[in-house]
Design a protein around this ligand. Sequence first.
Ligand code: ADP
Ligand code: MG
Length: 243
Amino acid sequence: MIKIRNLQKSFGDKVILKNIDLDVAEGETVAIIGPSGSGKSTTLRCINLLERPDQGELTIGKNTYDFNKLTKHQITEIRRTTAMVFQNFSLYENKTALQNITLPLIKAKGYEKHEAEKTALEYLDKVGLKDWKDHYPAQLSGGQQQRVGIARALALKPEVILFDEPTSALDPERVQGVLEIIKEISKERITSVIVTHELEFALDVADKVVFIADGEVVEKGTAKEVLKSPKDERTIKFLGHFA
Ligand code: ADP
Ligand code: MG
């Protein structure tokens, strides 16, 4: 279970996240939607400390952390129990698909090399890329690169996977394949938070949807409630004809 309370973040004197609360039950898939620039990526980046929050509390499973008083050990622990799938894949260009997965397993999880390779192959197979293991990112399509990104996150066996617009950098014909894989992950009840503009996908896959605007949670509920019967003016305007 993931619980965030009162998450606040400013860049300089610009307040980006005002007071974000978020609950993700174990095995649940929560979609975050909202206008561009509203703080969706910053929210995810604060959860795994790619950005340092100014204030707030995070619970992952049995552990609760105060963002104001994080020890080095806690920072490592939070990074180790969360994994991110990035919009632009964020793969090492000079490493093969396999190495992109083994490296964090060796570095962050302390795996032996052969153990890391066995695990990496297992997850490359899961995303349909076993035969592409020795290819470099530049030799892979965007969809394949993102599947490596997803395999890398899964291999870490995190408490939660954070997807930041995983398909928005893809050519249209590659989107569906990647969404299918994320749907599979969701069906396996791997706890996940997905920032996405794919509303149809969110309706199909997400247990809950959270609408964020101007650094605030404006509306949340089941996918059907938020996407098909939005109540707040801003949600209604954002969803337009979709609702
Ligand atoms: P979203 O993902 O919803 O599009 P972001 O979380 O990326 O929004 O950004 C929210 C706001 O924070 C934007 O106004 C963006 O310009 C600003 N922002 C994001 N990252 C930084 C940063 N590292 N430094 C300064 N401003 C930032
Ligand atoms: Mg973003």
